[in-house]
Ligand binder design. Structure first.
Ligand SMILES: O=C(O)CCC(=O)C(=O)O
Length: 298
């Protein structure tokens, strides 16, 4: 892990859910927990051939970023995996080819309805009690080739983010939310500056943005507090998923963010979670209305 201007990601080999809540969630400090998933069957079962076998026929949404925005295409998981394998073989043999699109941010349980079983030893106490055994319903999957990129942004509902790296490596560049203005924000959550190769002539304020860099590997867990900006580069062909979730205080800030430009649709989804966390509405009543958010491209 590297850091600049005093911003850093703490690195731990062990962390209880209680300490996680007290030292990181409550104090909004990022942390990487190495090998947190090592006892989960997901690591052995969710290989490319395992995914093909379990979910090959399922439809997938693929994304590519360009200067004009996000381009979305659709495919089937088995066809996408075939393309990924061919691409990785070519690159390993020293060939050159355009990087395939990124299977990015689709509901994990739409691919793997039995995901909870393969993740079972991971304690649900890492989430507020309201989420209970349903935390996997909030998980979003990312499968992509070496060099896939998600440019600098923050999570659209201002949620906490637990990011699970299943296999392959990814390099994260994190910037605290307080330094957002130095990242040239646009469209609510995206940024103009390229955090990997910043052009300081065009984006001079970014020089003073605090940054931390961390590489996650198979089985690692990365916690990003609400609003933390992240730029994510896959160093290998890689499978990950994240869970965006709220506490009572983060959802209150998420609703109040209407005053600083959060889109109305996002505020609606935050209000739904607030009904659960503040109003005591049971998960089974909230989830059906929240589900469309998990396939929402913004
Ligand atoms: O893994 C990626 O490429 C992006 C992850 C991300 O942006 C997130 O977890 O919010």
């Amino acid at each position: 892990m590297t850091s600049s201007n005093g911003y850093a990601v703490e690195e731990r080999d062990e962390l209880s859910p209680e300490e996680f809540m007290r030292s990181h969630v409550a104090r909004r400090r990022p942390v990487v927990l190495r090998r947190a998933l090592s006892r989960c069957d997901a690591l052995a079962h969710w290989t490319l051939s395992g995914l093909r076998e379990k979910a090959g026929g399922r439809p997938v949404v693929l994304k590519e970023w360009s200067a004009t925005g996000i381009r979305v295409t659709r495919s089937r998981l088995d066809a996408y995996i075939d393309g990924l394998e061919a691409h990785e073989r070519l690159v390993a043999a020293g060939g050159e080819a355009a990087t395939p699109a990124y299977l990015h941010d689709i509901p994990l349980t739409s691919m793997l309805p039995g995901a909870a079983l393969d993740l079972a030893p991971f304690p649900s106490a890492f989430f507020p009690r309201w989420y209970g055994a349903h935390w996997t319903s909030f998980a979003q999957m990312f499968l992509g080739p070496t060099a896939s990129l998600t440019p600098l942004h923050f999570d659209c509902l201002l949620t906490h983010n637990l990011f699970f790296q299943v296999w392959g490596r990814k390099r994260f560049i994190l910037v605290p939310h307080e330094d957002l203005a130095k990242c040239y924000p646009r469209d609510w959550r995206w940024c103009g500056v390229d955090a990997e190769r910043p052009d300081f002539d065009r984006f001079p304020l970014f020089r003073d943005a605090r940054r931390a860099e961390v590489v996650v590997e198979a089985g690692d867990l990365l916690y990003m507090p609400p609003g933390v900006l992240h730029h994510v580069r896959s160093l290998d062909c890689s499978l990950s998923f994240n869970v965006d979730w709220h506490t009572r205080s983060s959802v209150a800030r998420g609703v109040a963010a209407v005053l600083r430009g959060m889109p109305a649709k996002n505020v609606y989804y935050n209000l739904l979670i607030a009904l659960g966390l503040w109003g005591g509405a049971p998960m089974r009543h909230v989830l059906p209305y929240y589900k469309p958010y998990l396939s929402y491209i913004s």
